[in-house]
Design a protein around this ligand. Structure first.
Ligand SMILES: Nc1nc2c(ncn2[C@@H]2O[C@H](COP(=O)(O)OP(=O)(O)O)[C@@H](O)[C@H]2O)c(=O)[nH]1
Ligand SMILES: [Mg+2]
Length: 411
């Protein structure tokens, strides 16, 4: 038999309340032992006057000595008791017939006592991720559904959450069910083509499901740090007239439209140093970051255009968006003369930031991403789809599809 599990759902540290989950076969029996409805008995004197920590320390006796019959969805007020000793006054919610959450006071000492008590009664302490995965598996019909519930709790963006939710109604789940049902009638190459399509869309959706890496590069003093402060909505990066102020790199996480982006501000690139092939650490670091980025933003100063062109040339097949910064220093006519593929921006005033966001989303190919497009949102799903692409026999394809939908236990 599987042990029931106990798991602290709330973060450690100072808080008014904490939540401890108790779940699995035998969870109810444990709760019947350690939970009593009603309040601890009032005491005379100063000790334990309704203060749960003090009460626990003084071992306040308990008035009502019965455990309730738990009904799904109901909430019970009472005490966690260790024999005659009250540990804390709590509220217990019955989430599922085998899943309860004890909402206790937030003091970590109390939380620890409750957890230890549950352990002594036979529950195994588990971390929050495996706990939630177990719960979702126990209460989901399909593996994709269980994975979606878990992924919804961890995904980086709201758009990502919409994509994951839509996978159950319009995306991956119905697509996989359709593949399984139609397997006998349809030729395998048709299935391969559709799997390919899902994998292609998945590589685009990952920028919405996870964080993306964006790197700011360009000559010194072009306004990279000013732009990063703008994007972050606060002054975190040092802005200075002195070239070379940002020596290594600085990372700030910010939201850009629907994206959650780790943005790296790098040292300025120097065309002469790059040509001399000197081992300049800051330059090398910047170039390494450029290569590993999902997207780059090359920022140049419109009053020093020639310098920028030689750098863009040196960077070679540069993957990214080019920003013409300090447009506030130009006349209207000069601004209109800037190459139309560049984003016209003033990091100092914020003019042009929306255009930059639009251009970034287009470059990452996530503008107008339809959430109902079937995609994979876990490594397990990806792995099975890749296996399907190499499957030559229908019975084998059937096994893969069943495990994609229902998980390994179905096979
Ligand atoms: N006029 C104007 N000045 C700017 C703009 N962006 C940055 N600067 C100035 O340019 C100088 C260098 O900026 P900084 O962000 O430190 O450049 P970095 O070396 O590329 O990080 C600072 O004096 C900024 O105030 C802009 O859009 N317009
Ligand atoms: Mg800088």
């Amino acid at each position: 038999m599987m042990h029931p599990s106990v798991c602290v759902l709330t973060a450690r540290g100072m808080a008014a309340i904490a939540s401890v989950a108790l779940a699995g076969e035998g969870a109810q029996a444990i709760l019947e032992t350690i939970f009593r409805t009603g309040q601890p008995e009032a005491r005379s004197g100063s000790a334990g006057m309704g203060d749960p920590v003090a009460d626990a320390a003084y071992g306040v006796p308990h008035r009502v000595a019965s455990a309730p019959r738990f009904c799904l969805g109901a909430v019970y007020h009472g005490c966690i008791v260790d024999g005659d000793r009250v540990i804390d006054e709590v509220v217990v919610g019955c989430e599922q017939d085998d899943w309860f959450v004890i909402h206790c006071h937030g003091n970590p000492l109390l939380v620890e006592q409750i957890v230890k008590l549950c352990q002594r009664c036979g529950a195994a302490l588990v971390g929050i991720e495996p706990f939630m995965a177990q719960r979702h598996q126990a209460h989901s019909v399909t593996a994709i559904e269980a994975e979606a519930k878990l992924a919804l709790q961890t995904c980086a963006t709201i758009t990502g959450a919409k994509i994951i939710a839509a996978q159950l109604t319009d995306g991956l789940l119905p697509a996989a069910q359709g593949w399984l049902e139609g397997l006998d009638e349809r030729p395998l190459p048709q299935l391969w083509a559709e799997c390919h399509q899902v994998l292609r869309k998945t590589s685009r959706a990952r920028f919405l499901l996870n964080r993306c890496r964006i790197v700011l590069v360009g000559p010194p003093n072009s306004g990279k740090s000013t732009l990063l402060n703008r994007l972050a909505g606060k002054d975190e990066v040092i802005v200075s007239d002195t070239a070379g102020t940002t020596r290594d790199w600085v990372k700030i996480t910010c939201r850009i439209g629907p994206l959650l982006a780790d943005i790296y501000d790098t040292a300025g690139l120097d065309a002469e140093l790059m040509q001399q092939d000197v081992d300049i650490t800051a330059q090398k670091l910047a170039l390494d970051l450029v290569r590993s980025a999902d997207m780059n933003i090359f920022v140049y100063d419109v009053t020093h255009e020639a310098q920028a062109q030689s750098l863009i040339f040196l960077l070679g097949g540069f993957k990214g968006v080019i920003v013409a910064n300090k447009c506030d220093l130009l006349t209207g006519r000069q601004r209109d003369g800037i190459y139309s593929k560049y984003v016209r921006l003033s990091a100092a005033t914020g003019d042009g930031l929306e255009a930059l966001t639009d251009r970034l989303l287009a470059a990452l190919k996530v503008a107008d991403f339809n959430p109902r497009t079937p995609i994979c949102f876990t490594d397990r799903q990806l792995h099975i789809l890749r296996q399907l692409l190499h499957t030559k026999e229908k019975p084998e394809a059937k096994t893969h599809l069943q495990s994609l939908i229902f998980g390994e236990k179905s096979v």
